[in-house]
Design a protein around this ligand. Structure first.
Ligand SMILES: Nc1ncnc2c1ncn2[C@@H]1O[C@H](COP(=O)(O)OP(=O)(O)OP(=O)(O)O)[C@@H](O)[C@H]1O
Length: 684
């Protein structure tokens, strides 16, 4: 067996398990070794029932008094029992595990591990893990890895396979130059991978994690620098004239542009007329008005007889841009074709789009990944824009660029990365920051509340709807319980409809067909519905300025960056907007985190404070940034390592630009073999 062997070769992996692993993107032995735990559970001394409180993840010791009860809820078996303290009672519930009735013995003590919740004034634990006292003692004080799973795959099975893979593979070549490894006091590669899966101690794990995070950045920056060396700055071969069309549109817009928007538009205007092609990143917080900047750049191209294309990360967003651009062309008497191309269109619609793309050399083309498919052929493409950059791979951006003859490139991002980091990460792009919000915008009013506030929140939503506004309700995340995400949103919608019978409520989730999602979004945009109950699918880019309230259920379970993106869906007009964050946990940590959002609407501030808090806290926790995802490295939390990696790469390339020295042989080989793959996988 070697690193490239299929996981099927591991003992215990049959066809079914193989498919499950493949669902997680794990195909080879290398993949499984690099499938690192999402977090680590620390097994501390178990608490008594009286010591537990809502919202905490805890191990609790208790004696089962009666044989557990099994009842049916539809097709699902629900097994339940209770453990009691002097003052408190904890109900334990398991789904689809009826056999527990025979394994949990009345009179015996067990340790139950899970999150404590409150439902109908009762403390409950759903799907807790079960240990006998002896089993638990063996684990206590160790760090237990928790993997990302998929339905049907257990944590235990993943652990077993990791163990087997580690035992079967004798060597993971260390390609990091030894000198660098020693300077940073990092362990070897193989050792680091082993420690991630089976940590000997918190210290060893930290060292392993740091090494792998550093390595993530090191490889990425090296790859970027090396391909930059090959990419000569391209000459601008397009002719853009001063035709005044963009200025005319600006004078007709229903709002004055902000200073930052004007600066960015001027900069783009000049660069498209410069000697070299533009390669620019526009960074602007949620709702700062990046879309109009993109539109005006596309109009500049169209009015000079060139095509332009904008690639959005989701169907919903692509459609939104399409509708918006079509409307603006109508409003401002612009006779330029706007063409939509997305994956969910019918074959005929796509064919039409392809034809029109060839027919109109001055079209504005809007789409999703479909824009970079082979069949999409352009005519006269002078400008490509990728919206919400972190959702695309670097290579995808480049593929779109290659559809034309060295076109101008704009990349738009709402990720609040400090400038120094942005320079490292987007080394090949110049950066513009839209750091101003439109003048008449009122800051969003925030509040963090407990569940007892829910009826009031509903009342508030009803009142806003009566005043002609709209609202979003973000549904709780789903755990390993009986529901799927879709069922969960649907159930919540039913409940809300019962509470607010006069309000037109719609429901949206990721499992819907694109056509259905589009219809629901369109109805909400046209104000045919008042409230949209949704999962986080509406997180990026959605723009319904009339929406003034966002209620986020289980807010403490989202990362701060994600909450900020979600909240950015309101406060997009002159109307006063509100964000109600429902905190269903009693933990102080959650409160502290949500308070950061409560205090500020500024993405940069939130990212900074989030970092401070995480710095003090537990580094074994869930990653919060959720964006720019490297395998291990986190650009915010590991900013120091990122900086060091950048310096090391520069020093190394200064001395050995071709990596031809003996000490860099392994590194060179590694980059040649995996560099491309790495670039494609990175969600940057
Ligand atoms: N200068 C301005 N004054 C007033 N409103 C503006 C201005 N610029 C843009 N807008 C409006 O603000 C809203 C948000 O703009 P836009 O959709 O471009 O945000 P964005 O930067 O793309 O944000 P996100 O990253 O959240 O998608 C839109 O309804 C847009 O018409």
């Amino acid at each position: 067996m070697n690193l490239d062997s299929q996981i099927r070769e591991l003992k215990g992996v049959g066809e079914k398990t193989e498919t499950l692993f493949q669902n997680l993107g794990v195909y080879t032995v290398r993949d499984i070794l690099l499938h690192f735990p999402r977090e680590y559970h620390k097994f501390e001394q178990p608490k008594s029932v009286d010591e537990i409180s809502e919202g905490t993840v805890i191990a609790v010791l208790g004696r089962i008094k009666k044989t557990p009860l099994v009842r049916r809820n539809g097709r699902i078996a629900v097994t339940s029992t209770q453990i009691e303290g002097r003052e408190k009672i904890l109900s334990l519930i398991w789904f689809r595990m009826p056999y527990l009735k025979n394994t949990l013995k009345p009179g015996m003590q067990y340790v139950f591990y899970g999150i404590v919740k409150k439902r109908k004034n009762q403390l409950i634990m759903e799907q807790p893990k079960i240990y006998t006292i002896t089993q638990y003692q063996e684990l206590s004080d160790s760090l237990q890895p928790v993997y990302v799973l998929t339905k049907g795959l257990t944590n235990n099975l993943v652990r077993k396979m990791e163990k087997q893979a580690l035992e079967s593979i004798c060597l993971l070549d260390d390609f990091l130059p030894e000198k660098l490894r020693k300077i940073h006091d990092f362990c070897e590669y193989g050792q680091a991978v082993r420690q991630m899966h089976f940590p000997d101690s918190a210290y060893a794990l930290k060292n392993a994690r740091n090494r792998l995070a550093y390595q993530d950045f090191f490889e990425f920056i090296l790859m970027m620098q090396m391909s930059k060396e090959q990419r000569v700055t391209a000459k601008n071969q397009f002719t853009f004239e001063e035709n005044g069309i963009v200025e005319q549109i600006i004078s007709k817009l229903p709002y004055p542009l902000t200073g930052a928007q004007k600066r960015t538009i001027d900069c783009i205007h000049n660069e498209m007329r410069g000697d070299y092609v533009m390669q620019r990143l526009i960074q602007g917080d949620v709702g700062s008005g990046k879309t109009i900047v993109a539109f005006l750049a596309m109009i500049d191209a169209a009015s000079n007889g060139y095509q332009s294309a904008i690639m959005a990360p989701t169907e919903v967003l692509a459609r939104q841009h399409y509708e918006n651009f079509t409307q603006m062309c109508l409003d401002y008497d612009l006779d330029f074709p706007v063409i939509l191309l997305t994956g969910s269109m019918t074959a005929k619609q796509k064919r039409d789009a392809y034809e029109r793309m060839l027919l109109y050399p001055n079209a504005l083309i809007v789409g999703t990944h479909a824009l970079i498919q082979e069949r999409a052929v352009y005519e006269n493409l002078a400008l490509v824009i990728t919206d919400e950059q972190h959702r695309f791979g670097v290579r995808q951006r480049e593929t779109l660029g290659k559809k034309g003859e060295k076109p101008h490139i704009l990349v738009m991002s709402a990720t609040p990365i400090p400038r120094t980091l942005a320079i490292i990460l987007y080394g090949d792009l110049d950066i513009s920051v839209i750091d101003e919000v439109p003048a008449k915008r009122l800051p969003i009013k925030n509040c963090v509340v407990g569940t007892e506030f829910r009826p009031k929140a509903y009342e508030f939503i009803e009142k806003q709807v009566k005043d002609g506004h709209q609202a979003y309700v973000i549904c709780p995340l789903v755990e390993e319980s009986e529901n799927t995400e879709a069922e969960n949103v649907t159930d919540y919608t039913k409940l809300l409809k019962a509470e607010l019978p006069d309000v037109r409520i719609a429901c949206l989730h990721g499992k819907m067909k694109p056509a259905e999602k589009n219809r629901i979004m369109e109805e909400f945009l046209n104000h045919d519905t008042d409230v949209l109950v949704s999962t986080t699918v509406i997180e990026v880019g959605v723009n319904v300025p009339n929406a003034t309230v966002m209620l986020i259920e289980d807010a403490q379970r989202f990362g701060l960056a994600q909450l900020h993106q979600l909240r950015g869906r309101v406060g997009r007009s002159d109307l006063q907007s509100y964000c109600i964050m429902m905190n269903t946990s009693e933990s102080k940590e959650s409160k502290k985190r949500l308070d950061i959002l409560n205090r500020s609407n500024d993405g940069f501030y939130i990212a900074r404070e989030d970092l401070k808090l995480r710095g003090q806290g537990d580094f074994f926790g869930v990653r919060q940034s959720g964006e720019m995802e490297f395998a291990v490295g986190d650009i915010f939390a590991d900013a120091g390592l990122l900086q060091e990696a950048a310096e090391d790469v520069n020093a190394l390339l200064d001395k050995d630009p071709e990596l031809s020295k003996e000490e860099h042989r392994a590194l060179k080989q590694h980059m040649e073999t995996y560099g491309e793959q790495l670039f494609e996988q990175l969600n940057l």
